[in-house]
Write a protein that binds this ligand. Structure first.
Ligand code: SAM
Length: 214
């Protein structure tokens, strides 16, 4: 993502009631934070937050946590939330590598990854959000029935993600190599900012839904 540093963005998101402070001990406390017992779903690399907020509007019975590492990007999501507040959405500015500091074991029902950074160099494979190192982390925070949904237009990253499932002991429940022409998997699909941009250029969108094996 091309990134422009926005001066004051860190302070602005710090002052927003929808952003959970990084230093807060929120692991195991998400039901308290939302003030209800609804299921918690998270999107890692939420960007400007459109997907998460659309989903939250469609599913008021679910609580959503958007994770984004850059304040300048998260600021856009926060500004949208201030215009149209949603009680079932919170954001947290953090590097996903530290996700287990922020969620307790079995606290999350679903993880969404959308158009994650590809990290094309082999030596950076561990940084890919679909790597086995990340799958090990998601396995811990997911509920026993939980699953992960990943969408991208990047074939190399998608193939890598598919190959990582077996060694990481996850199983593929559903997969498509052309989401927008897959009647079943496209049902209820909410487009992300990147999905709209890349599919309008004619790129097919790949998607899998996976869950940890016991
Ligand atoms: N999900 C959005 C979409 O589909 O439109 C944004 C996609 S953008 C390519 C990837 C986003 O993930 C960026 O905003 C980036 O800052 C964020 N991101 C990448 N790696 C991350 C990490 N390790 N921890 C938290 N956020 C991350």
């Amino acid at each position: 993502m091309r990134l422009r540093n926005i001066p004051g963005s860190r302070e602005a998101i710090g002052a927003c009631e929808y952003v959970v402070p990084e230093e807060s001990e929120c692991a195991g406390k998400w039901h308290e934070i939302f003030g209800n017992e609804n299921e918690i779903h998270t999107e890692v690399g939420t960007g400007k937050g459109r997907f998460l907020m659309e989903l939250a509007k469609a599913h008021p019975e679910i609580n959503y946590v958007g994770i984004e590492k850059y304040s300048s990007v998260l600021l856009r999501a926060v500004q949208k939330m201030e215009e149209n507040p949603l009680s079932n959405v919170r954001f947290i500015r953090m590097e996903a590598e530290h996700i287990l500091r922020y969620f307790a074991k079995g606290e999350v029902g679903r993880v969404y990854l959308n158009f994650s950074d590809p990290w094309p160099k082999e030596r950076h494979a561990k940084r890919r959000l679909v790597s086995r190192e990340f799958l090990d982390r998601y396995r811990i925070l997911l509920t026993p029935q939980g699953h992960l949904e990943f969408k991208t237009d990047n074939k190399d990253l998608f193939d890598f993600g598919v190959e990582e499932t077996e060694p990481a002991r996850w199983e593929i429940k559903e997969i498509t190599y052309d989401l927008h022409h897959d009647e079943k998997m496209n049902q209820g699909n909410i487009m992300t900012e990147y999905e709209e941009r890349f599919s309008s250029k004619g790129n097919p969108i790949y998607k899998y839904i996976i869950r940890p094996c016991n």
